[in-house]
Ligand binder design. Structure first.
Ligand SMILES: Nc1ncnc2c1ncn2[C@@H]1O[C@H](COP(=O)(O)OP(=O)(O)OP(=O)(O)O)[C@@H](O)[C@H]1O
Length: 316
């Protein structure tokens, strides 16, 4: 059963279309990822789901409710992660939990929630004094305090060290295992690959692909990668004629070919024919990273610097 349905969503800022016909449905109990390069329209899309932005066109339903028209009821089924600037530095963890619990008719008991998120020994600490990982754990607790059926987490692990990021992943899995549906916006491929049941890849305001992580990797033109250092130079024309070849790269004497199993078999035959030895030969499956670059044709390192003045009309 779908708990979020987005159909042909469109949104422009000052005449520039940033969400251009996005459709997806999130099933109850899954971790659904939204992945895309900077400026792809991910946050705008989830803000329409949260009812914080009014779509120009299309339909959004959260457990059958319209997030704008039924905003109050939606806030009871959907818990959203706070953005960092939204919590006062001087508020203690206990005060923040009590304050947010007071917003809901049937809040979770904040004590076991704090315990579950490892915050019990930080209850008296002021928000401004928490580490990055502790702040994120508090944000998860605050998103869950209304006992929501769905929780939206946007760039939750950005800025965390690898250990804190992994701890947060475990918490997100525990949240899903407790029956809460998770809508997760992320930049991190490893995070998406590890956590998400399904992923919508958004590029330039459109869905470039929607599948399981394994499905996205299978779709990638270069699903298998072979790397080796040849004992003699290779004929580039012969290489480029290999079956199902997606890409060839040379670095420090090593050759990396992405393609299918057919590519691997053909390159081994080619090496044998020329009596060339392949030193340090490695064959591996492509990662979500490879699939992502394939699907979006975008350099992830490129940052969108086009953010203009806030032209939006609503934040109910
Ligand atoms: N309030 C706003 N007013 C004007 N333009 C905006 C506004 N919010 C977002 N944009 C622009 O809309 C585009 C999509 O932004 P959005 O934040 O949805 O993308 P994103 O995929 O979440 O990006 P990032 O990964 O960088 O957070 C960007 O080019 C951004 O500059």
């Amino acid at each position: 059963m779908s708990v979020i349905e987005v159909t042909d969503l469109r949104k422009s800022y000052g005449g520039r279309t940033v969400v251009d016909g996005v459709s997806f449905a999130v099933d109850e109990g899954e971790i659904f990822g939204i992945l895309g390069p900077n400026g792809a329209g991910k946050t705008t899309t989830v803000e329409c789901v949260e009812g914080l932005r009014v779509p120009d066109a299309g339909r959004v339903r959260v457990t059958g409710l319209d997030p704008v028209a039924d905003h109050d009821r939606v806030t009871h089924v959907l818990g959203a992660q706070l953005q960092e600037g939204r919590l006062q530095e001087k508020l203690t963890v206990r005060e923040a939990l009590q304050l947010y619990a007071a917003f809901y008719p049937n809040p979770a008991d904040w004590r076991p929630l704090a315990e579950r998120l490892g915050l019990t020994d930080r209850l008296g600490a002021r928000f401004g004094k928490l580490s990055g990982g502790q702040k994120q754990r508090l944000f998860i607790a605050l998103a869950l305090i209304g006992n929501p059926r769905i929780v939206v987490l946007d760039e939750l692990t950005t800025g965390l060290d690898p250990r804190a990021r992994r701890d947060t992943w475990q918490l997100i899995e525990e949240v899903r295992d407790s029956g809460v549906t998770v809508l997760l916006v992320t930049h991190f491929m490893e995070e998406a690959q590890r956590l998400c049941d399904r992923i919508a890849v958004i590029d330039k305001g459109r869905i470039a692909a929607l599948d399981t992580p394994a499905g996205l990797i299978r779709r990638s033109a270069g699903a298998t990668v072979i790397t080796f250092t040849p004992s003699a130079p290779l004929d580039e024309q012969e290489l480029s004629a290999l079956p199902a070849l997606a890409s060839v790269a040379y670095k420090d004497g090593r050759v990396t070919l992405a393609g299918s199993d057919d590519t691997v078999n053909a390159v081994i035959t080619l090496l044998a024919r020329h009596r060339i030895t392949a030193h340090q030969l490695r064959v591996s499956d492509a990662t979500l990273d490879d699939a992502f670059l394939d699907l979006t044709e975008t350099d992830l390192a490129k940052t969108d610097l086009t953010k203009t003045d806030d032209l939006t009309e609503t934040t109910p």
